[in-house]
Unconditional design. Structure first.
Ligand code: NAP
Ligand code: GDD
Length: 350
């Protein structure tokens, strides 16, 4: 029997990788997308198929987390076996500018979905995209028993959603899991998150489109992993016999400064020649140190990530170089020389 999944946030970084994973397992995948005046499906265009085509396994539906009626309607009509709830106002800095909106979408949006499931009476499994940001300034390493001390409107909204999921699990016997994921990045990472901002900035510097990179707090430390490996953990959670909450992260922490050092050194540049500090990227309250203890997930889900911090930096720099037209030396491929730097040659010597 083909399993049916509904993904909210299918157009986001994680949604796109999860869709690829589920299609590879022969799922029928339904995704919630927002109406926009420009196309917002870049990350899934390569897997999307015309719904008129016979045998299509991916379907997109308009909706929004602020529209409970449409969420109910979709759940009732699609009758998914599994729901992966990834949609959110996911930017921490932006949540300080838009705390009310963040609460409505990231917190109450989850309640709207949970209520839609409960009222439909449909038996489905539910994944909630909880976040390591919920730990705030709780001392590291952080695991499933660590107290939440949220330090942003985004984190507060996620803590509320986390507890709603637990309440629906306990109160209504819903198979609902919280995946408490630490930062995970990829070439598909949104351009305003710090890792992608850095790797994209390097490509722009090398192609003379930018000569400075403006950043905020370089001292904050994050446990950064590779997104495609993290969506596997989401899938695994919903394949267990009973619902539970799991921390997912590498167990390796690095500062933003270390990311800069690693990424710029990879293309033989010194980050100090390019990076400037701009106060506007600082947050009123910051999460200084995140470090995952994912012992439970490694043991129970057999989740085993392979890409470490250094690999991740290389994957992201390589991808942004390629996007900018800077390709590795090879037959028929372009070689770019910018500012006297031949990135392709530099890379070959690394
Ligand atoms: P992302 O790239 O920012 O994607 C967010 C998705 O949510 C997009 O598809 C977006 O649609 C959709 N969305 C936003 N507001 C919506 C609304 N009002 N109604 C319907 N859809 C809406 O985020 P991500 O990195 O893939 O993260 C996925 C989830 O995991 C998020 O909930 C995030 O908070 C959480 N999380 C992420 C990380 C991480 O490091 N990536 C770690 C822990 C938890 P558009 O494309 O139209 O904007
Ligand atoms: N975005 C951004 N832009 N962050 C910067 C900058 C900058 O110019 N300069 C320094 N930083 C610092 C931030 O202050 C923060 O300490 C760190 O870089 C990481 O910021 P982000 O990449 O924006 O990620 P985040 O950790 O705040 O949030 C991400 O991870 C959470 C999981 O812990 C998001 O993906 C959240 O949705 C997710 O829940």
């Amino acid at each position: 029997m083909t399993k049916v999944a509904l993904i909210t946030g299918i157009t986001g970084q994680d949604g796109s990788y999860l869709t690829e994973l589920l299609l590879s397992k022969d799922y029928e995948v339904h995704g919630l997308i927002r109406r926009s005046s420009t196309f917002n499906t870049d990350r899934i265009d390569h897997i999307y198929e015309d719904p008129h085509k016979i045998g299509t396994q991916i379907f997109l539906h308009y909706g929004d987390l602020n529209d409970g009626g449409q969420l109910s309607n979709l759940i009732y009509n699609i009758k998914p076996d599994e729901i992966y709830h990834l949609a959110a106002q996911s930017h921490v800095r932006v949540s300080f500018d838009m705390p009310e909106y963040t609460g409505d979408i990231t917190a109450i949006g989850t309640t709207r979905l949970l209520e839609a499931i409960r009222r439909s009476g449909i038996k489905t499994k539910f994944y909630q995209a909880s976040s390591s940001e919920m730990f705030g300034d709780a001392p590291p390493p952080q695991n499933e028993n660590t107290l939440f001390k949220p330090r942003s409107p985004y984190a507060c909204a996620k803590v509320y959603a986390y507890w709603m999921v637990r309440n629906y699990r306990e109160g209504y016997n819903l198979f609902a899991c919280n995946g408490i994921l630490f930062n995970h990045e990829s070439p598909r990472r949104g351009e305003t998150f710090v890792t992608r901002k850095i790797t994209r900035g390097i490509a722009k510097i090398l192609t003379n489109k930018q000569d400075k990179l403006y950043l905020g707090n370089l001292e904050a430390k994050r446990d950064w992993g590779y997104a495609p490996e993290y969506v596997e953990a989401m899938y695994l959670m919903l394949q267990q016999d009973s619902p539970d909450d799991y921390v997912i992260g590498l167990g390796e922490t690095h500062s933003v400064k270390e990311f800069l050092e690693e990424a710029f050194a990879y293309v033989n540049l010194d980050w100090k020649d390019y990076v400037k500090i701009d106060e506007r990227y600082f947050r009123p309250t910051e999460v200084e140190l995140l470090l995952a203890d994912s012992t439970k997930a490694r043991k129970e889900l057999k989740w085993q990530p392979k890409v470490n911090f250094k690999d991740l930096v290389k994957i992201m720099v390589d991808a942004d170089m390629e996007l900018a037209g800077l390709l590795p030396i090879g037959e028929g491929q372009k070689i770019f020389k910018t500012k006297g730097i031949d990135w392709t040659e530099n890379r070959m010597t690394k």
